[in-house]
Structure formats: C-alpha cells, structure tokens
Design a protein around this ligand. Sequence first.
Ligand code: SF4
Length: 352
Amino acid sequence: MSTENFSLSFSEALEKAGAGEKPAVDWLVPLLTCSREDESRLFGAADKVREACVGKAVHLRGLIEFSNHCRKNCAYCGLRRDNLEVERYRLEIDALVQTALEAKSLGYHSVVLQSGEDPWYTPERLAEAIREIKAKTELAITLSVGERDENTYRLWREAGADRFLLRIETTDEELFARLHPDDDLSERMDCLRSLKKLDYQLGSGVMVGLPGQTPEMLAKDIIWLKELGAEMIGVGPFISHPDTPLSGEKGGTVEQTLRLVAVLRLVFPYAHLPATTALGSLDDRGREKALETGANVMMPNVTPIDNRAKYQIYPGKICLADDARHCRGCIEGRIKSIGRTMGTDRGDVHRK
Ligand code: SF4
C-alpha cells in the first residue's frame, strides 16, 4: 500500500504518538512505514518510554511447548493438521508438571504453557496440570492453547491460570479468513473478550509481513488491540514454512517488526512486549534489537530437549539443541550485554 494518502509527516506523527493521542490510522501508518533515517528517532522515542514506564528489567517467561498436536490447519503454521511431516508429541500431565518444576528450579518466576489445539488435553486434564503446578510452586502461569469456550477459560482461571496469550494475527477479515480455514475472526475476537472478562492478564499479537498485509491493516490491528485492552502484545515476522500452503512466500523483515514493536511501546506505554524468538531466528541480535526498541520480556525455551525440534510453527527456529539451563544463561548474557537487568519477580502486568 502506498502511504500517499496519509498527509501527516513522520515528525507530526511522532508528536501525536508522544502526546499519547488515541491511536489513529493517519498517524500510525507514517510511523510504521518510516524511512531508515527516521527509524532511529522512532526507536529512541520508544526506548525512552520503555525506560520511564516499565524500567530496565527484562522479565523472563519459561516457555513449555507441551504438545504439537493440533486440530487446526492455519495456513502459515508448521504444526497444522495436514502437515504429515511433523513427528507429533505430547507431554502428559506428570511430564508437564515436572517441566514446570524444572523451570522453577532454574529460577523462573513465570511459565508459559503452549500447545497446538490438542483435544487430548480436555479442559479437566489441563486444569489438573495447572492445579498441580500451583500447589507445588508460586509460578505465574500463562496459557497459550488457542480457542476454547468461555466455560473452559473459566475453569482454567479458577484452577489458577493467571494469564492467557491468544494472538489475533490480523484483524483484517479477508486476510484472517485466508489464513485460518477453521476459524472465524469474530469468534477469535469473542474469545479474547471472554478472557478479558474473566480477568486474565491478557496477551495477544499479530504477525508482520503476511502475504497481502498492508501497513494500514497493521494500524487497524493496533487500534483494535487498544480497544480490547491488551496488556501483553507479541509480534513476530511471518516466516514461510516449506510444508504449508504459504511455502515460498516472501516473509516479514526484522526492520518491519522492530518498527511495529516501537509503535506498540508508544501506544501501550505499560504493556509487556516480548522480544520474540522469531526475531532472533532472522537475526542473531534480533531480540536485543527489540529490547532496544521497546520490548521488555523474553521467553527462553524450557521444553525438554528431545521435543524442541518438533515444535516449529516456522522453520529455522533457534535454540533447538540447547538445554534449558544453557538457554537461560545465554539469555541472561544477552540482557546484561545491553545494560539491562533481569526481572526478579513474576512480572505481572502494570494496571493503572
Ligand atoms: S497456529 Fe496454532 S492453532 Fe493454528 S495450526 Fe498452528 S498450532 Fe494449530
């Protein structure tokens, strides 16, 4: 999409962002599409807001990818049900709880339980795992297990889950439908509203550089996430997977993603924004760059090493052969190398 329709200059747009104006397409697009020369001003402004609002600390969440079984067929995803090249695995309840205990022993205060939409994990089975982890640790638990009905979300919240991540990926109806043959955009939005109502700390996010996606669409995504009241927002570049219908499509870039992270920090000064592994997969310093443009969270992998390589939503994912202890040490080194500190608590969302 051309930016010709947007009359605001970069400087005017940055001023509106700095003044905390309600997000609008006419100033979000000039920021999302700014030139290389203007980028450093955008990134600098975002870094300042990050420092002032959420400080120097980088919060770690130990990521446990506990099942790569999935009943869905999202067009971009290597775990989609039609991909017969994937060796499927599942950590059953005891193994899942054990992995969370290991994360605790490595010093994590928070874990993310992530999976495909795996019907073996009935509402009650996952609730049992949550209860057991909560009975044995004080870990904050984030769930990232896809779309379920409100009663199921309620059951898990009552079992002790604190947070939920459900990416919207895009709010453009046509693009969403092309990417998600099993899903309906309005149902995904309803799921997010239910999670909000149930008082989860709420995370969502989008993919950058999807085929057919425009900066205007991304701007509308930001506006929607603001209206929703998202408190954690994960954004990563689209990376084409060879065993999916989007094989061979051009992917998103590090620069596009960093600009989006920076704009999100300006629009959501107090949100938790992860420096995603997908960025680190495209650029060895991708995650540090994100931390320097507004991000304040990292999610080191604590999945048992035998299963790491089998959980590839996108190809070329990093840290597949490193054990959980090594990953934590590596991430700590990266955080300290840019003058930041390690979060020492659960890193709950900032509610004002
Ligand atoms: S994105 Fe999630 S729901 Fe979609 S196919 Fe992949 S694992 Fe399944």
